[in-house]
Design a protein around this ligand. Structure first.
Ligand code: NAG
Ligand code: NAG
Ligand code: NAG
Ligand code: NAG
Ligand code: NAG
Ligand code: NAG
Ligand code: NAG
Ligand code: NAG
Length: 447
């Protein structure tokens, strides 16, 4: 479908400057690389300027990146989520005001990321992508909204409540539809991204609040997806199924972001249930399977489209979302560090040296063989995520900001960090290794 244009070759020639330097054993080096890439990402953000709309990037993807000609709203939510992690990982708060403004501007009149400008095309996954940014802000104790505004946690809870109300037992015995509105194509599709993000949000809310309702939902979503065959014992996470045939035919295409979302959601549940066997096994099998299908010679590859140069500009975000969830999984399930950290290190190097020959314009492909495309927001986002994720062990444990939540933005002060961050990994995963053995299960806190 797409031939390499002369523009793409020109970019390749123009960008053969020097690769971004990175030493993954040095947190300063990782931070500096993350800063350079974040700068390239935020350079294209003008939503905080006069006359612009906070939260919206108006730049357009290059023509060869698929046909839609514009970036979608969900991807901005993913970027701001990354920028909340960015300040947490690197300590660099220079974008905090812009990020906070964007997250509050887009929240909409009912404080749940259904802004009227988006609702005619908004899907459940779009809503939770922004909901995740609010959730991350709660977990990372990001600059609290001004008083009078709901807290980050409250916003995430509102998103959850909306979605719980959309759970649909009329078809497929359960599940969320991809789309919210009947008039959108995709309304008849029940997919793993919408359901996985709902599960992950439930899991994270459970970890923050201890409210059992969230744990019950997480279990219900997982059990449903497994019963339909969307998420399987071997750890495969298929894309979705149609309501017309009651989800009897599964669309088996697999994307790294889908696996990451289910992996981290399961890992959070494993943590919040103090290492329950079922959630631990679920997380391990998804991780094992993901390591076997999205890595080509240790480099993360969007297998479903990258080898054939068919990834859309939307799909350029997936590897970054996958890296994000891998890193967060290390926090929730320290036993996965031995598997995940080498992946993040190898790929940060590849993204920096191959993908980010020009740090302002990182490209999508991290393997040397096929580094021949221009930059776009998704590629820049993915490079940022995989690089900054290497700071995960340096980061503090997730803040538990739920205790004083009262629906007001001022929830600082009486919160506490969630754990006794050192050396307390539970041993419950021992002896239950999933068959492929990618997760070594040797308990070792990342440090
Ligand atoms: C909705 O669109 C209008 C008109 O472009 C704009 O002024 C407003 O800021 C937008 N609101 C959001 C939440 O994006
Ligand atoms: C967070 O705080 C809430 C309320 O104090 C508590 O129920 C919950 O268990 C805590 N979560 C973690 C992970 O410590
Ligand atoms: C627990 O969460 C559910 C779902 O958001 C909510 O309806 C319920 O009021 C919460 N329970 C408590 C005790 O906060
Ligand atoms: C790995 O990459 C090589 C080179 O691009 C490709 O030929 C091969 O099919 C890839 N393998 C997998 C499993 O994707
Ligand atoms: C930012 O915009 C410029 C100009 O349109 C473009 O050349 C560049 O590739 C964009 N950067 C990213 C990361 O999208
Ligand atoms: C959260 O941030 C506020 C304001 O910076 C600070 O007072 C509070 O101690 C922080 N809480 C945690 C749990 O880190
Ligand atoms: C914070 O959590 C730790 C560990 O759970 C506990 O020992 C300490 O008392 C808590 N501090 C506050 C202010 O709640
Ligand atoms: C839960 O997460 C905390 C924070 O990363 C970690 O210290 C603890 O070991 C984890 N608990 C389990 C059971 O994995």
């Amino acid at each position: 479908m797409r031939l390499f244009s002369s523009i793409a070759s020109a970019l390749l020639v123009a960008s053969t400057t020097h690769a971004l330097d990175i030493d993954v054993s040095s947190s300063d080096s990782i931070s500096n690389a993350a800063k350079a890439v974040a700068k390239g990402l935020m350079a294209n953000y003008t939503g905080d300027q006069k006359g612009q709309i906070p939260g919206i990037f108006t730049s357009k993807p290059p023509a060869q990146k698929g046909s839609s000609g514009e970036y979608f709203w969900w991807s901005f939510g993913a970027i701001f989520d990354a920028m909340v992690d960015y300040q947490y990982y690197t300590g660099d708060g220079q974008y905090n005001n812009a990020v906070q403004q964007a997250l509050l501007w887009q929240v909409g009149p009912s404080d749940d990321y259904l802004p009227p400008n988006q609702t005619t095309s908004e899907g459940n996954d779009d809503q939770t992508t922004w909901g995740f940014a609010a959730m991350t802000a709660a977990e990372r104790n990001f600059s609290a909204p001004p008083s009078g505004s709901p807290s980050w946690l409250k916003i995430a809870q509102n998103v959850f409540d909306d979605q719980a109300g959309r759970w649909d037992k009329e078809t497929c015995k359960g599940g969320l539809r991809w789309q919210i509105f009947t008039f959108n194509s995709g309304y008849n599709y029940k997919n793993t991204i919408a359901n996985g993000q709902f599960l992950q949000l439930a899991a994270r809310l459970y970890a923050q609040t201890g409210n059992q309702t969230y744990a019950t939902w997480a279990e219900e979503v997982y059990t449903w997806a497994q019963s339909v065959g969307l998420v399987n014992e071997d750890g495969s996470v298929y894309d979705g199924a149609q309501t017309e045939d009651d989800c009897s035919q599964i669309n088996r295409i697999q994307f790294s972001m889908n696996s990451g979302v289910w992996l981290y959601g399961s890992a959070v549940m494993a943590n919040a249930t103090k290492g329950s066997r079922s959630w631990t096994l679920r997380a391990q099998s998804i991780l094992n399977h993901a390591s076997s299908i999205y890595l080509n010679d240790s480099i993360i590859v969007e297998t479903a489209c990258e080898n054939t140069d068919a990834c859309t500009q939307d799909q350029h975000f997936y590897k970054g979302a996958f890296a994000r969830d891998l890193a967060r999984t290390v926090e929730a399930m320290p036993s996965t560090a031995d598997t995940i950290k080498p992946i993040l290190q190898t790929n940060a190097k590849a993204a920096a040296q191959v993908g980010c020959k020009n740090a302002d314009n990182c490209v999508f492909v991290w393997t040397a063989a096929k580094n021949d495309e221009g930059s776009d927001l998704g590629s820049q986002f993915s490079a940022l995520q995989v690089i900054q994720s290497n700071l995960v062990s340096q980061a503090k444990a997730t803040a538990n900001t739920s205790s004083s939540d009262s629906g007001s933005g001022s929830d600082s002060g009486s919160s506490n960090t969630s754990s006794s961050a050192s050396g307390t990994a539970s041993g419950t995963t021992g002896g239950t290794a999933a068959p492929t053995g990618a997760a070594s299960l040797v308990l070792r806190l990342g440090s």
